[in-house]
Design a protein around this ligand. Sequence first.
Ligand code: ZN
Length: 335
Amino acid sequence: MVVHRRILWAGCLLAVVLILWQGYQVADGMATATARLPQAGDIGLIPAETATPRPIATATAPAPVLPVTTPTATLAPTPMVSPTLAPAPAPPLQPLALERPAPDLDAHRRVLSAPILMYHYISVPPAGADKYRVDLSVSPDMFDQQLAYLAENGFATVSLHDLLAHLSAGAPLPPRPVVLTFDDGYRDNYENAFPLLRKYGFTGTFFVVSDFINAGRPEYMTWEMLREMAEAGMSIESHSRTHPDLRGRSFQFLVWEILGPIEAITHHTGRRPHFFCYPAGKYDRDVIAVLASVETWAAVTTNPGRRQTLDTAMTWPRVRVHGGGSLRDFARLVH
Ligand SMILES: [Zn+2]
């Protein structure tokens, strides 16, 4: 009897353990299934606090902005340009929405004489640099002297948007407006030019090549640097995606080169660029047409000159600041 009773008890105990174990398995399976739901790809839709740490780690993998630019565009690519397509960066951005100045009755008659200065490197060229690099490099010391000259002689820096607002609608400009532009996005722009601009209370316009930045190339600025500069009042504008000669290209190629940087700059700086700098100063009618169709309001060239009008807004000339020049040479350029 005792043996039978023990077997009976053991049987009951085993049954209870089995039932509990199966129940645990079901509950665990449900919990696992629930926890894995966010992995289905609902990036950004599930608040972080409700998701378990493991799915979040995969859900926050960077979703590049750029695939939106698949070259399946129709002839009206404007709707594709939407800052909302970019996944929102974690820290809050200070929004800045520039408006295109509406032309008034005098818009096509105004002529402005204002130098748009063109810089590249703001650093001492490395030993053994070729003549091109030397010509493209203004030393930080000379740049400092040039800014001091501008400040002492009543010049005030303005943005390309300021020029456009003046030409379109007569928005007032300071007596001696000058635009400082920097091509290619070299890192010395952040390290040397940016602090000097701040020293004088000046602003600059920086034309960057988005794929060079995305690739993390050390000779170019990073998105973090550009965002800091944008928040300090600098203009970050597009110099294309990969800096090619844009002439004679297909529509798809132009969309790829022009739209990508707009979305990247908007995503990383919180500011939508509306101005463009032609790589190596090269352009044709197709380039201008695609730029205009994606809300590019003006573009600068390497053509020499300082006469700006609204009708030539897509081919504004500039004044090249050569490396190695004296302060006297600079004074001649800006007057
Ligand atoms: Zn360039």
